[in-house]
Structures are given as structure tokens and as C-alpha cells.
Design a protein around this ligand. Structure first.
Ligand code: 13P
Ligand code: SF4
Length: 299
């Protein structure tokens, strides 16, 4: 029996739901019940309350699913699929900051560990960072962590001062303005979409800076039929599937998140067969980490 049939069988017999991020490989996206960005996947995990969730993404995303669906078994098929940016803010450092700045509001991008979420006031994703920041009183001191680029881009857009944690996504931070200018010359008619995890100099050259879900909606609504995509190239699969008549060019050199690519069909099958690796977090930690996520979702 081929691997996809076996995955489908086990999924059905376990009443499992497969969630996949837009960055995983096309074959994994195609066996998922739902493919989306961090915000959409968090909402989905909360809504479905399936007994078993196989999360095809990186660890912080699977942790968020577990926190929002504590009664579901949540599996991460590649236990070593992490997010280097999430690891750039440790709970010890964040707790130290909190102690030194008792009046500050701590805003954590969802690309952070569960232990860090448990220490902050509110979360945000790249899809709702503006909304979350706007919900905070203007006079409040804000610490935004861990992504200094998303923080800078949002602060600039809202003309709001905030302290930025010095973290960054190695995948998006690598994109240089020269890469953008070169490809712009090559495809002058194309709209250029980038992720707000890119540096502000790159965002300044783009037509829009959007979450991965935001890019998919933008393209669907746009009259333009050619796009340059400045984010992890896994998203090109969803864009091409949904828009077969439009043309998409990835930014060069290719932006690859090696952690997202650790999820393979073989590992998804293994996860379903052996129920590995289960996301297990202390209940008390999950209760604390749920609050800032729920605050974000309630906006
Ligand atoms: P999105 O929330 O836009 O899908 O981004 C997640 C991510 O990890 C970007 O690097
Ligand atoms: Fe983390 Fe960057 Fe990979 Fe997103 S693309 S999961 S931020 S390393």
C-alpha cells in the first residue's frame, strides 16, 4: 500500500486531523486537512477539538495547538523541527526583563516558546500585530519580542515607540535589498509581496508586507497576474494551486526554512503509527500560556 493511502487510513481510524503550515513541502501540504498561516492554524486547532492533531509545522506551532486544545493529543512528526527565532528569547531573560520593567506590556509574537508565552501579557502573529498593538493604551511602555524586524515594521506603520528584543528569523533576515532590486528589474510588472519578518529596508521596496495567509488573500483579490514572493518558498505551492493562471517568482536566493522541511510524508506516517512525538506540557504552564493567546484571539 502506498504511503498516502496508509496515512489516510490511519487518519480515519484515529479520527485525526492534519494541520500544515504554508511552508512545509507540497506533498505534505497535499495530505493535510487544513493548510494555513500561524493565526489560521491556531484558530483551527481551537475550533476542531479533534482527539488527535498531527501538526505539520515547527514546535512552537504544535505547542500553541496543544495549549488551545489541551484535551487533544497533538503530534509533531519531526521532534527537531524548531524555530531558531523562538529560541532567541529564553524564559530566564524574559522574566528578568519583566522584573526590571514592571510597568511594561510584554507582547510576544507567537514564534516563541510556551515557557515565554507564559510570561507575557498578549501574543500576536504577523497577521494581527497591528491590531494587537493598537489595542494597547498609547502611553504604555511596550516590549515586543522576539522578532526585531516584525517589531520595527509594525512600530513604523503605527508610529509607536516600543522596545525591541534582538531576535530575528535567519531565513527572512537574509533577504537583502539588492536581491529585491535585482528581481524587480527582471520582472518589472510583478507585484512584490514580502513577509514582515524581513528587514525594514526590504519591506520599504515591496508592494505589501503580509503574513503568509495575507499573501494568499492579496493574490486572490488582485487584478495583477504576476507576483514576486519574498518568503519561504513552500507557500508557492498554495499560491499556484489557488491561482493556476497567475505567475509566481520566488525571491532569489531561495528562502528555505530547513526546520519546516523536516516534516516528510514518512514522518507523518510514523507519527500516526507510533503516536510520536506527543507535545506534552505541564498543565500549569499551559494555563498561563493560554491567557496571552486567548487575549489575542478575543480582539
Ligand atoms: P505566518 O504566520 O505568516 O504564517 O508566518 C509564520 C512564520 O514562521 C514566518 O516565518
Ligand atoms: Fe522560524 Fe523563520 Fe522558519 Fe518561520 S521561517 S519557522 S520564523 S525560522
Amino acid at each position: 500500500m502506498d504511503i498516502i493511502t496508509r496515512i489516510k487510513e490511519l487518519k480515519a481510524s484515529n479520527n485525526a486531523v492534519i494541520l500544515a503550515h504554508n511552508y512545509v513541502t507540497p506533498d505534505v501540504q497535499d495530505i493535510a486537512d487544513f493548510v494555513g498561516d500561524s493565526l489560521a492554524l491556531s484558530i483551527k486547532a481551537k475550533e476542531i477539538q479533534a482527539p488527535l492533531i498531527v501538526f505539520c509545522g515547527v514546535r512552537f506551532m504544535a505547542e500553541t495547538a496543544k495549549i488551545l486544545s489541551p484535551n487533544s493529543e497533538v503530534l509533531l512528526p519531526a521532534p527537531d523541527a524548531g524555530c531558531p527565532m523562538a529560541d532567541m528569547a529564553t524564559p530566564e531573560e524574559v522574566a528578568k526583563y519583566r522584573q526590571a520593567h514592571p510597568n511594561a506590556v510584554l507582547v510576544a509574537y507567537v514564534n516563541s516558546t510556551a515557557a515565554v508565552k507564559a510570561l507575557v501579557d498578549i501574543c500576536c502573529t504577523s497577521a494581527n500585530a497591528d491590531k494587537v498593538l493598537k489595542s494597547l493604551p498609547p502611553e504604555k511602555e511596550v516590549l515586543f519580542l522576539p522578532d526585531r524586524n516584525l517589531g520595527t515594521n509594525t512600530a513604523k506603520k503605527l508610529s509607536r515607540e516600543m522596545t525591541l528584543w534582538p531576535g530575528f528569523c535567519p531565513v527572512h533576515n537574509r533577504i537583502q535589498p539588492e536581491d529585491v532590486m535585482r528581481i524587480r528589474k527582471q520582472y518589472p510588472k510583478a507585484k512584490l509581496l514580502v513577509h514582515p519578518e524581513c528587514q525594514q529596508e526590504v519591506v520599504a521596496l515591496a508592494d505589501a508586507a503580509l503574513s503568509t495567509g495575507g499573501m494568499i488573500s492579496y493574490v486572490a483579490k488582485s487584478d495583477c497576474d504576476e507576483f514576486i514572493i519574498g518568503t519561504e518558498h513552500g507557500i508557492l505551492h498554495q499560491l499556484r494551486k489557488a491561482n493556476p493562471t497567475k505567475t509566481f517568482h520566488p525571491l532569489e536566493p531561495l528562502t528555505t526554512c530547513t526546520d519546516m522541511k523536516k516534516i516528510t510524508l514518512e514522518k507523518v506516517l510514523n507519527a500516526l503509527e507510533k503516536h510520536e512525538e506527543k507535545i506534552e506540557l505541564p498543565v500549569e504552564l499551559m494555563d498561563k500560556a493560554r491567557k496571552p493567546i486567548e487575549r489575542m484571539l478575543a480582539l
